[in-house]
Design a protein around this ligand. Structure first.
Ligand code: GLY
Length: 356
């Protein structure tokens, strides 16, 4: 089993990564003494609940509907109702057992229930293992924007059992790879090159390769979060492609494109902006595009998209600061930067270049 620490002084916590580790009782020692509420969905309950049955002692379940369109106030109210009716106190603990949607909602319920209780993340998709379960971003969507309501609330542990990925659809797996590739682009060229060389092994879910991609992604995320927990500066690098990606998701209606798919297209649009600013060259763009294609990720915007409308949605994103759009752009593979000095024309051209 691998262990990575997210260093946040008193709020530091471990990320455990391994195959078939959910049956390990010792991982749950701390929380088994508390009142627990396990938040999950029907599918995960059916497929995977048996894996934690023996390790987790008191497991009252709250089943919520999964999917981006249910990441809303109604689901949160359902969680609050259950916790209140069953008299959960301030020293109880929520266990989020699911993908990014479950993790974000369970985390937000934990952040706000009685002004904040503990929670554990047990992510079940590649995307949530390498990104959303780590770093304490919790929240829900609003009809006017994704993740617009939320809070920073760190979990007390993240437990990643890579065996669970076996039941993930190919589409979901590839969407998770998008976040993995992101870490290579923003921070680690060697990692990016390693993914290129090991694409077949990763796609075949070779156990060692899977542990490697999850571990390296979590290491990079933990390092960045420890330096900038509340996204005052460098944590924003993790948002590469997200301003474009969130707008695509919002434009299409949440859930049509998976988050990982939308941000993959966003990486290329951001790269294209960087090329126009002469801070990146076309060969790097082509390398990123080839790797995204290798994982069947979109490299073009959805068909018939209205670029002006998409741009308008982008300007609602919370990455807008003092009325200026903030962009994360790659410099080359392994380096990225944050800028608000991009004119609308440049962005519109990059969007048009990716229209079908
Ligand atoms: N998913 C980006 C972040 O956690 O900051």
């Amino acid at each position: 089993m691998k262990k990575i620490i997210v260093n946040l002084n008193k709020r530091s916590y471990p990320i455990f990564i391994g195959k078939n580790i959910l049956s390990d009782k010792s991982l749950f020692n701390k929380v088994n003494k508390k009142s627990l509420a396990l938040i999950t969905n029907k599918k995960i309950e059916k497929l995977h609940i048996s894996k934690i049955k023996n390790a987790l002692m008191k497991k009252n379940k709250i089943i919520i509907s999964d999917g981006e369109k249910y990441k809303n106030q109604d689901s949160i109210t359902k969680i609050y109702n259950y916790l209140l009716k069953n008299k959960y106190s301030r020293d109880s603990c929520i266990v989020a057992f699911g993908g990014g949607v479950i993790g974000d909602m369970a985390g937000f319920a934990a952040a706000t229930y009685q002004r904040g209780i503990d929670f554990i993340q047990i992510p079940t998709t590649l995307l949530s293992m390498v990104d959303s379960s780590v770093g304490g971003k919790t929240g829900i969507n609003h009809p006017l924007g994704k993740n617009m309501i939320g809070s920073f609330h760190q979990p007390i542990a993240v437990i990643i059992d890579t065996e669970i990925l076996k039941t993930l659809s190919k589409r979901q797996f590839n969407a998770g790879m998008s976040e993995v590739i992101k870490y290579g682009i923003i921070k680690d060229k060697n990692f990016f090159d390693w993914i290129v060389k090991n694409t077949d092994e990763i796609k075949a879910q070779d156990p060692k390769s899977i542990i490697k991609i999850v571990k390296r992604s979590c290491e990079i995320k933990a390092e960045i979060v420890a330096l900038d927990e509340k996204e005052k500066n460098i944590r924003a690098l993790l948002n590469l492609g997200h301003t474009f990606g969130h707008a695509i998701e919002n434009y299409l209606g949440y859930g049509k494109w998976l988050h990982g798919e939308a941000i993959a297209c966003g990486f290329l649009i951001a790269s294209s902006v960087a090329i126009q600013k002469n801070t990146m060259n076309i060969s790097e763009y082509n390398k990123i595009k080839a790797l995204l294609k290798a994982f069947s990720l979109p490299t073009k915007l959805p068909k018939n998209i209205n670029i002006e409308k998409l741009f308008k949605i982008m300007s609602l994103d919370k990455k807008v600061k003092n009325n200026e759009m903030v962009y994360v752009l790659p410099k080359n593979i392994g380096n990225a930067y944050i800028t608000n000095k991009i004119s609308k024309n440049i962005v519109i051209k990059a969007l048009k270049d990716h229209a079908k």
